[in-house]
Design a protein around this ligand. Structure first.
Ligand code: PEP
Ligand code: MG
Length: 370
């Protein structure tokens, strides 16, 4: 097996020498980041910060979202700031010297709020027993107010960030402070701020203006210059089709092909393993799931359009992909062909992505000389 390991290393080194695509990883913790790095990741292409708000912090996010007044909301935000700063401090330490793309919080709201049915039943039962809990009653009213029939198409991503005061600010401040501290210590943090689920340039402009203001504040407070690139996810058809405008506000694009597949086909991502999708595909309609391998004609065409429009506005824009397709061999071939700068995939797929990116580049060169 030692020989096999050496052989695999050689093949990967050869692939690394040939490939044009960089390979980044999707990681949300310092442990995952370190694992990704040991497998050859050249950066973090997607840190899903909503994962940092599960467990005991979920209640604080719930309070931020549902707060009745500004003081209550601010108290929850103040409690979250040091935790979030520590998350980024750890992540940037693990990724020192390499690009680390921090995506602002993007939870489907129903995952963070109490379940409406459960809470309704609880309040109804308490009322029957004559033991009304005022807190639960208020909470129920708030959850009912925020309830959505289709959370995946609702108050998610940048929409949530623009509706809930202070939420994105908290994260931008936390990452800026973590960067400032690391710079002061002589480190090489390369954090980038990524805005999720953008559909219009106005959304991006509003977040970017806040980021600029907060980075200036932190720079003044800490006596170092914090100037992080700000970019956005392209995961809605409208974003792809207006990428020329988005590029005026975005220093980079990252294609969220999971959501882009969902919104292009109108397939629910959450139901592909449920009843409808397997039956549908078993009928021979599709030979391969578009959630696994990029659908070149539909989703791929939108990606390619966005690449062209983005580069027309900003020729040096950095372009990557961070959906599941970033670790899929067939899809990697496509991303190489359209000239993306990097793919980002789960840490365990990094070696496969390195290999496939190398193979794609070699095949491409071979095709050119024929
Ligand atoms: C995507 O939509 O492709 C993406 C990377 O974001 P998420 O999977 O977190 O929605
Ligand atoms: Mg997404």
């Amino acid at each position: 097996t030692a020989e096999l390991v050496v052989a695999v290393h050689r093949i990967l080194e050869h692939a690394d020498e040939s490939r044009r695509l960089r390979v980044h990883a999707n990681a949300d913790t310092a442990e995952d980041a370190a694992r990704a790095r040991s497998l050859g990741a050249q950066g973090i292409g997607l840190c899903r910060t909503e994962h940092m708000f599960l467990g005991e912090r979920r209640v604080l996010v719930e309070r931020v979202v549902l707060a009745e007044d500004d003081d209550e909301r601010q108290a929850a935000l103040d409690a979250l700031l040091p935790m979030q700063r520590q998350d980024f401090t750890d992540l940037l330490a693990a990724m020192d010297g390499l690009p680390t793309t921090i995506r602002l919080i993007d939870p489907p709201l129903h995952e963070f709020l109490p379940d409406l049915t459960e809470l309704s039943v609880k309040v109804a039962l308490a009322a029957e027993r004559g033991k009304v809990d005022e807190h639960d009653v208020t909470l129920l009213a708030a959850v009912r107010r925020m309830h959505e029939a289709n959370p995946m198409l609702g108050l998610r991503g940048v929409r949530l960030g623009l509706v809930v005061p202070g939420l994105f600010d908290l994260q931008i401040r936390a990452v800026s402070e973590a960067v400032a501290a690391r710079l002061a210590d002589g480190g090489h943090p390369h954090a980038e701020i990524m805005v999720p689920l953008v559909a219009s340039v106005q959304e991006l402009r509003l977040v970017r203006d806040r980021a600029t203001a907060i980075m200036a504040e932190v720079s003044a407070e800490q006596g170092v210059t914090v100037d992080l690139p700000v970019g956005c996810m392209i995961e809605l058809p409208r974003a792809a089709l207006t990428a020329d405008r988005l590029a005026s506000e975005a220093q980079f694009f990252s294609f969220g092909t999971n959501d882009l597949t969902q919104t292009t086909w109108g397939f629910s991502r959450d139901d592909v393993e449920g009843a409808f999708f397997p039956q549908y595909t078993a009928n021979g309609v599709l030979s391969v799931s578009p959630f696994e391998t990029i659908d070149v004609r539909g989703v791929g065409s939108l990606v390619q359009t966005a690449v062209e429009l983005g580069r027309a506005t900003r020729p040096d824009i950095t372009l990557g992909v961070c959906g599941e397709h970033g670790g899929d061999p067939e899809s990697i071939k496509f991303f190489d062909a359209i000239g993306l700068n990097y793919v980002s995939c789960s840490p365990f797929r990094v070696p496969i992505a390195r290999l496939e990116a190398g193979r794609a580049a070699v095949e491409h060169d071979g095709a050119d000389s024929r």
